[in-house]
Design a protein around this ligand. Sequence first.
Ligand code: ANZ
Length: 924
Amino acid sequence: MSEFNHNDFEPKWQKYWQDNNIYKVDVDKNKPKFYALDMFPYPSGAGLHVGHPMGYIASDIVSRFKRLKGFNVLHPMGFDSFGLPAEQYAIETGQHPAITTEANISTFKGQMNKIGFSFDWNREVQTSSPDYYRWTQWIFQQLFNSWYDKDANKAKDIAELIAHFEAKGTEGIHAECDDNSTPFTAEEWKAYSENEKAQILLQYRLTFLSEAMVNWCPALGTVLANDEVKDGVSERGGHPVERKKMKQWMMRITAYADRLLNNLEGLNWSDALKEMQRNWIGKSIGCEIDFKVVDKDITLTAFTTRVDTTYGVTYVVLAPEHELIPELTTAEQKEAVDAYVETAKNRSERERQSDVKTVSGVFTGSYVTNPLTGEKTPLWIADYVLAGYGTGVVMAVPSSDDRDFRFANHFGLPIVRVIEGTEDMEDPTEVKKGKMINSGFLNGLESDEAIKVAIDKLVSAGQGKAKVNFRIRDAVFSRQRYWGEPVPVYFDENDTPQLVPDSQLPLDLPEVEKYLPTPEGDPPLGNTKDWKFDDKFGYELTTMPGWAGSSWYFLRYMDPQNKEAFVSKEAAEYWNQVDLYVGGTEHATGHLLYSRFWNMFLFDMGFISHEEPFKRIVNQGMIQGRSNFVYRVKGTNQFVSHGLKKDYEVQPLYVDVNIVENDVLDTDKFKEWRQDYANAEFILEDGKYICGSVVEKMSKSKYNVVNPDVVIEKYGADTLRLYEMFLGPIEQSKPWSMQGIDGVWKFLRKLWRLFYNDAGQLVVVDEKATPADLKILHKAIKKAGEDMESLSLNTTVPAFMVCVNELAAAKCYKKEVLEKLLIILSPFAPHISEELWHAALGQKDSIINAEFPAFDASLLVEASHTYPVSINGKMRVKLDLPIDISQEEAKEAVFANEIVQKWVEDKPIKKFIFVPKRIVNVVV
Ligand code: ANZ
């Protein structure tokens, strides 16, 4: 006797899978591998809502599918457990972030296990665990000990660079290095002190200390990465962000800019995602042009992508941060310049770049000479020029560039249009726009060609050089916060950074009394008085940024317990690239660039054998919330139903969606929900209180968060899994609604009925399947297999529904068919499949170890067609005829039939009409 009740079997099988270590995987060279990865979560205090598991469910389905297809599947999960919220909480409550983090992880794991994910928890990683960050620190040290050889186009050991300096100085070295590095000879190198050598090497190391302009967020007390700042405020918390110069650890990601760009081609990522990375990397091919300052021994260099427009330059602009401003500002202009620089300084780069409305700037009082026309051109300062891009100097061409045009118009600067010799110089409409000059040598050339000619001319005159620029910047690697990886560095007697010896890793995060900066403004680690290397030298006080631990976790999953290496060569070789990576697009320009960079570096150094970490990425859409409202009649304790509210003056208030079903409010629960509603009165429509609704982001404050635990309690994990996929294509954002969930639950009950009847008795039989049964089954095998391969999982669910309906209609309870149906359904609904597999079909091994049924195309081809046979316009009989029958054979078969013979008797046949796969008509 058996009834369908998910609570009877879901927890049971979850326990069975865990107890039997069903999901454990190891390197197995006899099987092909498949690596399915989810972007690991930050374990926030709020736990998972129904939006989070959407991606996890999709990757879990694919993992289970690949396993059934004979792959050795790596499907791990872990936690990105360093981060700001736990630290903010620590500041507010004194609770150690480690404790909060542990509690949150345990909530997350509990929730995940209830959904029935096939994670191999033996491989769990937590970025905040010393066993893990020991290796994050180790990778930092490898980067510190490396430089980038542009000739070989790869990273190399710094020892090689030192040997070269000793033999030849900087001659013959093409390295990625700081702009301020200068050439020296071998003799000069040898004469430098150890400290000087150390300072020079910092200019070459892939991680290095540098004074850099950073996004400083006073409220969060830390520096933020460019992708953590949105519209001038911090992405987390929305606090104001200022630009500030600070000494920072940096990562030389720019060394990899070209490879990060070029490799995109070969990756199976969406075009949109690739485009975001391309724009972020921002390669532009152009030229640096020298502008001599009039009456001063200074030359300014501007970067331009349109050297062909040099004739049209009517002024030159400096970024407000430009170092030479004091020297270039005349006495008369000093006051105005100082005031402008002061206000411009605090606007973030993003704000300055995106602001097209405000035009602001100031004249320095100095002039430069246009190298092509020899004309004297004014030198201005404006905040639309960014200090960190190109050279921080722009040659302005109002006739070709909109921004320059607006600026020139605003300040009454000249506009000169460059034309070609064949054009009519006297065109009065053009003259109005400004003066025109004839470039003389770019005549008749397309822009690309003109650019080449102009570059050649400038280069041969010694006034410029070809230059490729990237928008991407070296990445800041310091945070002035507590809850992060300590940087494994101390400062020696010369204040030179030295690496903590490998034998002393991990450098543990020390306990502190306070999580706030010290009174001197040092980061929280400065609160530890005796935290010193060798009891002498102070350690670095900043910690690593959020992106450190997440830049390599996918490698640690391959070999998580290894104490000798971050991953063994064997494991890295076997598991290799992530075959499917599922996660949100918000990581497009942060995590997905940083992790590619680290992976490439580790590849260059020979630690791993693949250059790109993620072969295929699927970005799941966001699940939005559906908020509900009640309407309080102003100044009363009465609440009026949505349809009647127009007759009252009302105040809409959010109501917890968990006490609303299909927009109908549970009024009793509402009264219990909050004390001030205990005496609420309701104005109902049709005896019900109907709530209003709106679709928006899921958030606690909107009371629209749906916890998967609640859905599972009511409908079960299998229904949740199927339903989340059924909601729509994985890449699409969509609102959460419970409206279709009943249908999915009923489908599972119907499936159950193929095994047990209404009375709960087993109905499965051992009979042979008919071609019709097999056709139903194989249609589903084909669809499910293709969909899981392409991740079109929303269309698989209806295909399963059709299959179950058709089998029910055909009364097919045959073991041979049902067995295969369960296997193909098991990736979506593992619990019910496992239950029926064992209880109804008597299997002993887990369904996870079954084999995905082979699809047989010949079974889908119809062997015969049922023809209605009409005699003198009346349908008299139906006949099954082979699909490929000829007209003659059909005629023979029809007249051989007894019923036909009865109606035709021996009358002469006037007409015989045969329409293949349609009808047979006989007229007598
Ligand atoms: C003259 C010119 C004429 C320019 C024209 C553009 C159009 P991308 O493609 O993004 O590399 N530029 C150079 N350095 C800059 C800085 N630090 N801040 C703001 N703008 C800067 O853009 C390169 C172009 O952006 C350069 O080419 C320069 O303006 C400007 F019809 O030079 B151009």
